[in-house]
Design a protein around this ligand. Structure first.
Ligand SMILES: [Zn+2]
Length: 256
């Protein structure tokens, strides 16, 4: 029998299985040879949300095999998470930040595209495919589902704590420190394609008379050919982004 002392920090305590002790530190017994990752996931916490693992004062990786009397401290991902730097838990750093969003957070996907982030999303992507795409394309998986985050192949992922899409956006922008990386209106919101400038003459026949009269600069989606031009909706988007950035600066999560 192996006995380990666990301390889970911050919001990780809310993710622990209900039958576990409510105290911040507790003893856990198990009778098999097991990695720290497997034992922590069996307690309810998906590995992608873990920021660091400390055993007897030393940082360890997910494959560390737990020994009798080990004292383990588990800390969640805490902003700002820098994915460009390799860590003990995630030795393969990302070259760029791209997302794949679970169907349970569809509005968030559209908001991320509005801010210019490459974001895959689709009602038709089932759970298994979601994890495979996240792995093969090095995308960060955003979801409210702990089960999918426990899949072994997920390297970078996050369990959204908020339910409201605006609050989820604030959560993600703050976590990955994205405020300075926002490029409004650089990506097509319905399809995720990139927007490129196009001259008015080329698309003249697709414009309504008033648009033709009052607007002179246009962009087109490389994928679906949807046309974009600066209008009142662009001001609304800019106001929305200002509000999000203000919340990112001000808000702090309250851990209960
Ligand atoms: Zn498009």
């Amino acid at each position: 029998m192996t006995t380990v002392t666990f301390i889970f920090h911050d919001y990780l305590r809310q993710l622990l299985k209900k039958e576990l002790p409510a105290a911040s530190a507790f003893l856990h017994h198990f009778d098999r040879r097991a990695s720290i990752k497997d034992v922590i996931e069996s307690l309810g916490i998906p590995h992608p949300v873990i920021g660091s693992l400390i055993v007897n004062g030393q940082e360890v990786g997910f494959n560390y095999i737990l020994l009798d009397n080990d004292a383990v401290e588990v800390t969640p991902l805490t902003p700002p998470v820098n994915l460009f730097i390799p860590t003990i838990l995630r030795p393969e750093a990302l070259g760029k930040i791209t997302f794949i969003v679970d169907v349970n957070a569809g509005r968030l996907a559209l908001f991320l595209r509005m801010l210019g982030f490459d974001t895959m999303y689709g009602n038709d992507i089932r759970n298994g495919r979601l994890a495979e795409i996240a792995q093969s394309q090095n995308r960060i998986l955003l979801t409210r589902d702990t089960t999918i985050l426990k899949r072994k192949i997920i390297m970078h992922g996050y369990l959204l704590r908020e339910q409201n899409p605006n609050r989820q956006l604030v959560e993600v922008v703050r976590l990955y420190d994205l405020s300075s990386k926002i490029k409004p209106l650089s990506r097509c919101i319905p399809c995720n394609g990139l927007l490129v400038p196009i001259s008015k003459e080329v698309i003249m026949d697709r414009l309504k008379p008033l648009t033709k009269k009052y607007y002179h600069t246009f962009h087109i989606c490389e994928e679906c050919r949807k046309i974009y031009w600066p209008g009142s909706h662009q001001e609304k988007i800019n106001d929305f982004i200002d509000d999000i950035l203000e919340s990112v600066r001000q808000d702090h999560f309250v851990d209960g």
